[in-house]
Design a protein around this ligand. Structure first.
Ligand SMILES: Cc1ncc(COP(=O)(O)O)c(C=O)c1O
Length: 390
């Protein structure tokens, strides 16, 4: 999705901002980001907002700052487990529920926490993603509440990755944001987000987060802001000045940016749903997408036929889809699933157009799946899948 011109202008007008900004962010930007969080039901104050070059940096800094091993859902975004390993901590993978991804199944999580406690170990963090990458689903509020209760009972902190929070397909804006665990457990939740997905500015590297409300009885959250300041100042120093201006404008959410995000939401929703129907019609299992722009089909129903073509792993399946059918996907194994499961992650945003003009037309269209290049791409995927699976 092309950058909105108002953001491009804001960036262009700030090139003389060459001084180092404050480590955790400038006051004006932190005030704007606190407003963004508050409009989504979170009790945010500017002094608990942190800015960074991408939410990935904030996720990593949080993993470093909060002591203890880390629970990640299986499957989940590729970087969580990789980052935990970089910190030298242990990854505790817990399967997601059957219907949605992005969270550990609450019952399975409880079993794991009890088992860990029996062994004298206490995990420090659980990572949640809503809406989710890779499944494109949104875990129900009841499960989020259940995880918050477990976190409270087991002295666990929550790292809530809300980078796709504004891309709920049925959403109308701030009020339809995928509700944050920070609303239920503000003293234990770190929220991370940014402009990479909802405004499609991944390469501009703009992330921001919300730290937990101060809890005098919790040493971890008490020192979190100063611990993050230390980590940030030793690794990235600060979010660059021009980007502080961009994030201030974006977080203030003027009507033209709200409209831009609403268009993006419609585009992601309609293409993801069309692609989901293609998988479903081909007899491939797939959770119905609810947010973001990913699908996580499971080719299990076609295992026999695929095995006859020597496709028995997600890695091989991804290779065959690319090499023989021209469909680029990532294997489920990259998201922590067993390689023997025939899952892959599909990014539907790859279908929006080959150049800026096509992608802008897709963004502006009331019915993007009727655009000739998107329709043709969906037909081609349907034919290729039929060829592979029969
Ligand atoms: C779930 C998830 N979190 C975080 C990120 C990274 O975001 P950022 O560009 O803010 O570092 C991505 C990017 O793909 C993602 O899918």
């Amino acid at each position: 999705v092309p950058a909105h011109p108002a953001l491009a202008e804001q960036l262009a007008s700030a090139t003389d901002r060459t001084a180092y900004p404050p480590v955790l962010g400038e006051e004006q930007a932190r005030v704007a980001c606190a407003g963004y969080f508050r409009r989504r039901g979170m009790a945010a104050e500017p002094d608990r907002v942190v800015l960074a070059p991408g939410s990935k940096a904030l996720l990593y800094a949080s993993l470093l700052a909060v002591p203890g091993d880390v629970v990640v859902p299986v499957p989940s975004w590729v970087s969580y487990a990789a980052q935990v390993e970089l910190t030298g901590k242990r990854v505790i993978g817990v399967p997601v529920p059957a219907d949605t991804g992005g969270i550990p199944d609450p019952n399975a999580l409880e079993d794991v926490l009890v088992r860990e406690a029996k062994r004298g170990r206490k995990p420090g963090l659980v990572v949640l993603t809503r809406p989710d990458n890779p499944t494109g689903t949104i875990a129900p509020e009841s499960d989020i509440r259940a995880i918050c209760e477990l976190a409270e009972a087991h002295d666990l902190h929550i790292l809530s990755d809300e980078i796709y929070g504004d891309l709920v397909h049925t959403g109308q804006g701030a009020t339809d944001y995928a509700v944050s665990p920070s609303v239920f457990l503000p003293r234990r939740t770190i929220v991370t987000t940014g402009l990479s997905k909802r405004l499609a500015l991944g390469g501009w590297r703009i992330g921001f987060g919300l730290l937990p409300e101060p809890d005098p009885g919790d040493a971890t959250t008490r020192s979190l802001a100063s611990d993050l300041t230390g980590i940030a100042s030793e690794i990235w120093s600060a979010l660059p000045g021009p980007m502080q201006d961009v994030v201030t404008l974006a977080a203030d959410e003027p009507p033209e940016l709200r409209a831009h995000i609403a268009d993006a939401r419609r585009l992601h929703g309609s293409v993801s749903h069309a692609m989901w129907r293609v998988f479903r019609d081909t007899g491939i299992e797939c959770r119905e997408p609810q947010g973001g722009f990913y699908l996580y089909p499971d080719f299990e129903p076609h295992r026999e036929r695929l095995a006859a073509a020597s496709v028995t792993t997600s890695t091989r399946l991804a290779e065959v889809l690319l090499e023989s059918h021209g469909i680029g996907v990532l294997p489920g194994e990259a998201f922590g699933d067993k390689d023997s499961r025939l899952t892959v992650r599909v990014a539907t945003s790859l279908l929006y157009g080959k150049d800026r003009e096509q992608r802008q037309a897709a963004l502006d269209s009331a019915d993007p799946v009727r655009l000739p290049w998107i329709e043709a791409a969906l037909h081609r995927v349907r034919d290729e899948l039929a060829g592979l699976c029969g």
